[in-house]
Design a protein around this ligand. Structure first.
Ligand SMILES: [Zn+2]
Length: 502
């Protein structure tokens, strides 16, 4: 038998044998402090700093993040903690791009091969989706192609067929551009640049020949990685509240808002919850390889729905899923996923509207505004939506610019990205918004306390999921064609949506 209590590293007292009250929203919220949130974020920053500045999956920074989570959760002595191992292809690169004597920032297109190219920058006609769009001068030079209409892979293949040494895609909307070619193929070195750089270089090309060099230094290797899963020992394990965030960063930076904030937010809730009893089991899910196409969450759902092994009944035990991917953006909005579809005409499975409404009520009760966030399928909730599980969550914004209306509601700067450090080296512990981080983590506490007691208003999962998947594909085929994304991540999920399409 254990003694009554031990003091864990983070200062939370676990108390295996003594009396614990049932969880309540107020009490759980009261245990969330900014100091703990920032201390946890600093831990992730330290891990990144000690591992080459990133926490990309399969690398030292991510593996250390996984170890940190497992150790922290096990010490709480309140959860059954496990890891789920899987192997995925890792692809990343450093990119150097110079044109007309100036160095420009360029984003890697995942799966682009390494290579060096030097030649003239040649503007491609139309959108570069077919070889006929490429002028003869492209041969032996570098193709400069507008984003739009077709996939980056199509543009890259057409450039290669036209004899280009490399392909550079410039954005057709404000902001930087990176993405994925969707898999290994016979591509030339391919990168993306912002619309601003695109405009500058198009003007230079119009004025005369522009000499350019591109150097892509890519890594492609199979990497072993792990999801981390922690479920309360107590509570009804057939009626589970799941919540998750992703533990990996992009290769370019430490990922402290994306998604250190979600990781530390839910870890803080996991610590606080140990003071209480729950009626429904609560499962914390820390996803690996989100930045490479939500690989960890889709792998996990395939193990629950019988695709890999076992049977689909495991899916139905998850009564709700809450996703937290970027909850402390420096120029934030308080975004709540549009579960009922009232804002974007794209709803989650039945019950998702209740989850949205509960988040809304939290902010309203504290006198804060909120805005709906579209389920773009560009974070880990996608795997849950596809499996018919009621879902929701919070999102404070990525590369999208803040509107005037949003600046009036939330303060901050209109015309500036909600997180200007998104997928950049500047996504550090110093650039988190403290007010949003604390408030959103309290909001998580509120929802966790509620659903740990009851799923009233959230119907059980039924198995209409295959139809749902088809619906999702149609919906996002449509959005892709318009290039119309509210959210942020570079993904090539099983739906084929996202930044594979220009
Ligand atoms: Zn993210």
């Amino acid at each position: 038998m254990k003694t009554a209590s031990i003091v864990a590293a983070a200062g939370f007292v676990t108390c295996a044998l003594c009396y614990k009250p049932l969880v309540s929203s107020k009490k759980l919220q009261n245990l969330v402090t900014l100091e703990d949130l920032l201390a946890g974020s600093q831990d992730l920053q330290d891990i990144a700093d000690a591992n080459g500045g990133n926490r990309a999956f399969g690398g030292g920074g991510h593996n250390a993040t996984v170890d940190y989570l497992v150790k922290t959760l096990e010490e709480l002595d309140y959860y059954d903690v496990s890891t789920q191992q899987f192997v995925e292809l890792f692809s990343a690169a450093t990119v150097d791009f110079t044109a007309a004597g100036t160095e420009y920032s360029a984003g890697y297109m995942t799966y682009s091969p390494s290579g060096q190219a030097s030649g003239s920058l040649i503007q491609v006609n139309n959108l570069g989706c077919i070889v006929a769009d490429f002028p003869a001068a492209v041969s032996g030079n570098i193709a400069f192609i507008s984003r739009g209409e077709c996939t980056f892979a199509q543009k890259a293949l057409a450039a290669k067929s036209a004899g280009a040494l490399a392909a550079i895609v410039y954005n057709n909307v404000p902001g930087t551009l990176s993405g994925t070619l969707g898999g290994v193929g016979d591509y030339p070195p391919t990168v993306g640049v912002s619309k601003e750089i695109g405009d500058t270089l198009l003007a230079a090309i119009a004025a005369g020949t522009v000499a350019a060099t591109l150097d892509v230094n890519a890594i492609q290797e199979n990497r072993t990685t792990w999801n981390v899963i922690a479920e309360t020992k107590g509570g009804d394990h057939s009626n589970v509240l799941a919540l998750g965030g992703h533990t990996d960063s992009v290769f370019a930076g430490p990922g402290i808002n994306d998604d250190g904030s979600g990781t530390i937010g839910i870890l803080t809730i996991a610590k606080a919850l140990t003071k209480f009893k729950v009626k429904n089991a609560v499962r914390f899910l820390f996803w690996s390889a989100e930045e490479f196409g939500k690989l960890g969450s889709f792998h996990y759902l395939r193990t629950l729905n019988g695709t890999i092994s076992g049977n689909a009944s495991e899916v139905a035990k998850i009564r709700a899923y809450l996703n937290f991917d970027m909850i402390a953006s420096p120029n934030y909005v308080l975004g709540i996923y549009d579960g009922d579809g009232s804002a974007f005409n794209f709803s989650g499975p039945p019950g998702s509207g209740t989850i949205e409404k509960d988040f809304e009520l939290f902010y309203e009760s504290k006198g804060f505004p909120h805005v709906p966030a579209l389920f773009t399928m560009r974070s880990d909730y996608a795997a849950f939506l596809e499996n018919g599980i009621p879902s929701g969550g919070l999102f404070t914004g990525a590369e999208v610019l803040k509107t005037e209306e949003e600046a009036e509601l939330f303060g901050g700067e209109a015309g500036v990205a909600l997180d200007e450090n998104y997928h950049q080296p500047g996504d550090t512990v110093d650039n988190l918004n403290h007010e949003a981080f604390l408030l959103n983590t309290q909001s998580i506490a509120n929802s966790v306390a509620k659903y740990a007691l009851s799923f009233e208003g959230i119907p059980a999962v039924n198995s209409t999921l295959r139809k749902r998947h088809a619906h999702v594909q149609r919906h996002f085929g449509h959005l892709s064609a318009r290039g119309d994304y509210g959210h942020s991540h570079v993904h090539h999920g099983p739906c084929g949506e996202s930044a594979v399409v220009a």
